[in-house]
Design a protein around this ligand. Structure first.
Ligand SMILES: [Zn+2]
Length: 436
């Protein structure tokens, strides 16, 4: 088909959470030969993620080309405005268009597979198979003709990561299976659908790093080799997709953040309670989550990871902090004290950066952002448990996200703007396809 060769096309591949630094090591040691060949022949660089460094937020910034203030996704959980209730944001909570919406208006067809926060799936010009947060394959796409085919292929939306707590080898098997099935489904769609923009996302790297980083770091005799084998399987799937897309396709292979080993989990609400900023009601009920706070005796509370909200008069239902000078002074005080927070065992500082929301966010959803965003040093994974026994602990998670070690491998060199972050990619995709 000659017309296909002539038309400009873009193939994107998401490797969730794969660190640029790990990519270099794996390439050097021969574990990812296809990706290494692509990196050698094209442009590979280190890229920044977003604050807070969460997949839902980073992929929303990728797909909508804005900072979180522009798309409205600030984390895996968020609070319902005007209440202390929390909810899980989905694609319905995004306030901006995605790259495939812009392309659709320019009569370009997209095939989008497994990108986080695409559930519930929308009708697009093309095919959208939702990712993470979709738990039912019957609801994974509005292109219903594809559902029997996906089922027949044994397609996996996301692995059951909580298996890791019970049965690590079963989780490892599932990760391999999910990658193979995703690759197979992607090749089927690449062959049977017409497309200008094709994106296949692999979530499984993120799961691998969360649950197997210790085994990788310690060269565990069982899971150490499996960690490399997994990357070889992934590399094969990437290689097949790139080959099938053919010469002349523009490539964008990326991760949305990096990863490192967790030293400690840090309970920020415990810290706020210890510092006298937050008080819980005596009749604590875990199901009530943030509604356990005693509003009259609370000036600030936190949502995972590192999002601190003031209990503001006129905004929170039991607000105690007056907007204006009082709020500003309190934010400055909390920011300064957060930067002094130390690991109680080692004395190491925990918080690397503290941002006021207007410093890092802009756009229509900025008023839904936290008032302060604290970002830790690598190794300190900030959590949001309402009632915790201790400030720090180590649980079953082994790896955590990092901000400045995402990767970007492209056929065309890409300037991502002053932040060098993931939100700078969308404009290039639209430009490459003549849709900007
Ligand atoms: Zn991620």
């Amino acid at each position: 088909m000659l017309w296909r060769k002539k038309k400009k096309r873009v193939l994107g591949i998401g490797l969730d959470g794969m660190p640029h630094s790990l990519f270099l090591r794996l390439a050097e040691d021969g574990h990812i030969p296809n990706l290494k060949r692509l990196a050698d022949a094209n442009h590979l660089k280190r890229m920044n993620s977003v604050y807070p460094t969460v997949s839902s937020v980073a992929w929303s910034s990728f797909s909508s080309g804005t900072n979180p203030g522009g798309h409205g996704i600030y984390g895996f959980v968020d609070r319902t405005p005007g209440t202390y209730d929390i909810f899980i944001p989905t694609a319905s909570n995004k306030v901006s268009d995605c790259v495939w919406d812009h392309l659709g208006r320019a009569h370009k067809r997209s095939v989008v597979i497994n990108i986080p926060v695409t559930y519930p799936p929308k009708d697009i010009n093309g095919v959208l198979i939702a990712g993470f947060l979709c738990t039912n394959i019957d609801k994974v796409t509005t292109t219903s003709r594809l559902i029997p085919k996906l089922k027949e292929m044994g397609y996996v939306i996301d692995v059951d990561a909580y298996k890791a707590q019970k049965e690590k080898s079963a989780l490892m098997d599932e990760l391999f299976n999910a990658v193979r099935r995703r690759g197979e489904a992607a090749r089927y769609l690449m062959e049977t659908e017409d497309w200008d923009f094709f994106f296949c996302h692999f979530m499984e790297t993120d799961r691998l790093y969360h649950f197997f980083w210790d085994e990788y770091a310690s060269s565990d005799p069982t899971f150490g080799p499996k960690f490399y084998e997994f990357h070889r399987a992934l590399d094969e799937e990437v290689g097949k997709l790139v080959e099938m897309a053919g010469d002349g396709v523009e490539l964008i292979i990326l991760s949305d953040h990096g990863f490192c080993r967790i030293k400690k989990e840090v309970q920020l609400n415990k810290w706020l309670q210890d510092e006298g900023y937050m008080t819980l009601r005596p009749d604590f009920d875990p199901k009530k989550q943030l509604n356990n706070i005693d509003p009259q005796d609370t000036r600030a509370f936190s949502l995972i990871p590192g999002r601190i909200f003031l209990n503001l008069e006129g905004r929170e239902p039991g607000g105690t902090v007056a907007p204006g000078d009082e709020a500003k002074a309190l934010l400055q005080e909390i920011a300064a004290r957060a930067k002094e927070l130390k690991d109680p065992d080692t004395g190491e500082p925990i918080i690397d950066k503290v941002f006021y929301r207007d410093e890092i966010y802009s756009g229509p959803a900025v008023d839904r952002a936290a008032d302060l965003i604290v970002h830790p040093y690598d190794g300190y994974d900030i959590k949001g448990t309402i009632k915790a026994d201790s400030l720090t602990r180590r649980e079953h998670l082994e790896g955590m996200h990092t901000y400045d070690d995402a990767l970007l491998l492209t056929t065309q060199e890409m300037d991502l703007g002053p932040r060098n972050d993931i939100s700078g990619i969308m404009g290039h995709i639209l430009a490459m396809l003549g849709a900007s």
